[in-house]
Design a protein around this ligand. Structure first.
Ligand code: SAM
Ligand code: DTB
Ligand code: SF4
Length: 343
């Protein structure tokens, strides 16, 4: 099996962004169907297992103590209550259950409950993903031993822009946690947010950082900023509406993620609630193959199951079920005698 390139240069990535839109989409769609079943979309459900009161100052986040968003802080949810939510997500057709905690990092005293949750959700036959902030190596190992499938930890933006968005940690802190997750053998989920008033060059730097990691993240969430009143970036967008990212530029970012990280699941994440079906359809064409379902993300509204079912029916997309996408894809390519050797 050949591995996808991890030696992308910034000029190459900038060159992809600069392509005529139809050419970029054609390339991205071609890569998508070479590596993944092109009409299947992975359905993931999110649950905030510990909301608000986070000491970090991420300028986009409603859960930071530095924001005046009205989100109330809660304690870590009870294990049984989390398992009930996971069962509902499974009934609603979800393949992956993603759990988020508004922590800078988990404390060791939190870990036994987290481990119990991972084991319980896995036993239901759901893929598990956790996002708990920065991890120490021993915590990553505990999660791996519990059977955690994915750990989400976003780099969020370009290295140059990072400390304009967050000052309480560095991009290198983030990359260190991704290294601990990888070393423990957990699949990596890492992406970021577009539409934070960044430049095209920042979007190039953001994708470049992910696409040149020693191994690409297995999942790459591309969030469109949900502007929350009371956060630095939500207020900025309210004051300067022209800073809102153009839909076509958002689709370009998805397409470049798909081309540079061909084997990864590219998740159209936050921001779909206010995105037109046409823009979402272009994102699927550009290689997005995963979404968050349900009415709620962590604290913000999501599109909702009814709307998504109607959109998927209209577009002829079906939920990804059963086996891991790469295995399904390999089988499909073998059956078709595909020329794609790197799948
Ligand atoms: N505290 C953990 C952390 O920061 O890794 C986990 C939770 S945090 C909310 C997970 C990710 O959600 C962030 O890294 C960010 O990319 C995304 N996110 C948070 N607020 C957002 C917003 N308003 N719009 C879009 N994405 C957002
Ligand atoms: C990710 O990249 N997006 C999800 C998930 N990982 C944890 C979170 C989106 C949060 C959107 C804002 C909110 O709900 O507060
Ligand atoms: Fe805390 Fe995560 Fe929100 Fe940053 S993004 S404030 S670390 S919950």
């Amino acid at each position: 099996m050949t591995h996808p390139r991890t030696d992308w240069t910034r000029p190459e990535i900038a060159g992809l962004f600069d392509l005529p839109f139809t050419e970029l989409l054609f390339q991205a769609a071609s890569v998508h169907r070479a590596y993944h079943p092109p009409t299947q979309v992975q359905l993931c459900t999110l649950l905030s297992i510990k909301t608000g009161g986070c000491p970090e100052d991420c300028g986009y986040c409603s859960q930071s103590v530095h924001a005046d968003s009205g989100v109330e802080a809660t304690k870590l949810m009870d294990v049984q209550a989390v398992l009930q939510c996971a069962a509902q997500a499974k009934d609603a057709g979800s393949q992956r259950f993603c759990m988020g905690a508004a922590w800078r990092n988990p404390k060791d005293r939190d870990m036994p409950a987290i481990v119990e949750i991972v084991k319980g959700v896995r036993d239901m036959g759901l893929e598990t993903c956790m996002t708990l902030g920065m991890l120490e190596p021993h915590q990553a190992e505990m999660l791996a031993d519990a059977g955690l499938d994915y750990y989400n930890h976003n780099i969020d933006t370009s290295p140059e822009r990072y400390n304009e968005v967050i000052t309480t940690r560095t991009m290198d802190d983030r990359l260190a946690t991704l290294g601990h997750v990888r070393a423990a053998g957990i699949n990596v989920c890492s992406g970021g947010i577009v539409g934070m008033g960044e430049t095209r060059e920042d979007r190039v730097g953001f994708i470049h950082t992910l696409a040149t990691l020693p191994q690409h993240p297995e999942s790459v969430p591309v969030n469109a900023l949900v502007p929350v009143k009371g956060t630095v970036l939500g207020n900025m967008l309210a004051d300067t509406p022209l800073a809102k990212i153009d839909d076509i530029e958002f689709v370009r970012t998805v397409a470049v993620a798909r081309i540079t990280m061909p084997m990864s699941m590219v998740r159209l994440s936050a921001g779909r609630e206010s995105m037109s079906e046409a823009t979402q359809a272009l994102c699927f064409m550009a290689g997005a193959n995963s979404i968050f379902t349900g009415d709620k993300l962590l604290t913000a509204a999501n599109a909702g199951d009814d709307k998504d079912a109607a959109m998927m029916a209209k577009l002829g997309l079906t939920p990804l079920v059963g086996e891991e996408p790469m295995r399904a894809c390999k089988a499909a390519n073998n059956a078709a005698g595909s020329l794609v050797e790197s799948c």
